[in-house]
Design a protein around this ligand. Sequence first.
Ligand code: PMP
Length: 361
Amino acid sequence: MTIDTLIANTIRADVRAIGGYHVADASGFIKLDSMENPYELPEPLRGELAERLANAVLNRYPVPTYATLKEKLCATQGIPAGYDLSLGNGSDELISIVAVATARQGERAVVLAPVPAFVMYARSAQFAGMDFIGVPLKADFTLDLPAMLAAIKEHQPKLVFIAYPNNPTGNLYDADDINAIIEALGDTGIAVVDEAYEPFARTSFMERLPQHRNLVVMRTLSKLGLAGIRLGYMSAHPQLLAQFEKVRPPYNVNILTQVAAEFALDHIDVLNEQAAAINAERTNMVAALGQLKGVEVFPSAANFLLLRVLDADKVVAAMVAEKVLIKNLSKMHPLLANCIRVTVSTPQENAVFLNILTASV
Ligand code: PMP
């Protein structure tokens, strides 16, 4: 028995056929490929956090309700009264949980999303045994509402993922279009509005939860400056949320994350100021990029910009040569030909990016 035979006999064919989620090795690089906040927590907050972490009770399981953490999230993140939260090890885990909870055994079930979209929607659907249907955006990356409504009618999806703003395009879809999709799904499908970039967009479907029984609003602390602790949260009608809670692994959020998140939420102003600084830098970058010939900048409400250049491979190679990591999206989807995505970072790092881009387009 060889390891290859063992794998062929045991591991699913569709899993064997795919590559892993690729994360570039970033050591020694300026990292502008993952939409992280470039700012760390300032002193003396880091010292205070160290003290809180030192007092975390590591020999016990976390308190399973995560009541204090949820209260702080509800108090700071505009969760409607009477609505509870479900927590995930990043919103990645929540995406997987909603897929597993809506999948069918021995029966076709569909996850639908406008594409290009965040890759984990399709991956999580696949791992849950669901079919993924991608409905192309229009060339300007707005929603093709008639195509979305026709696809919903045809495929009767259990889940529709809508990132608001979208990754990798950065734009906010028309809120009325999203509403029309939620209403078209009615009581046969759930709309997940993924607001990972809400700290920068400052517009949300959270307050609309009471209007729609089939709406889930998902967020993360990752883009706000806490990507390392891995904390996502989602809200929905309490009875629907209770179903997702059955699928969530108990204790999925570890106590170090819990303590660090509670601490950060006590100092949410610091993180919100960092997000505002990033937004101001986004405005500066858009202005500077507008001066460059051969570069098209798409509107962004997120902490990254999508650009179309004449030769994305050449630009990305120039960046790598100068130790700058950005994302080449050219091969992700036909709509993204010669597109690159860059995180908005500090003025210094953005200047490095702009200099290399200017020299390489
Ligand atoms: N949703 C969207 C739209 C994203 O872009 C990302 C991260 N790139 C996530 C969810 C996952 O975020 P996390 O798991 O860090 O919460």
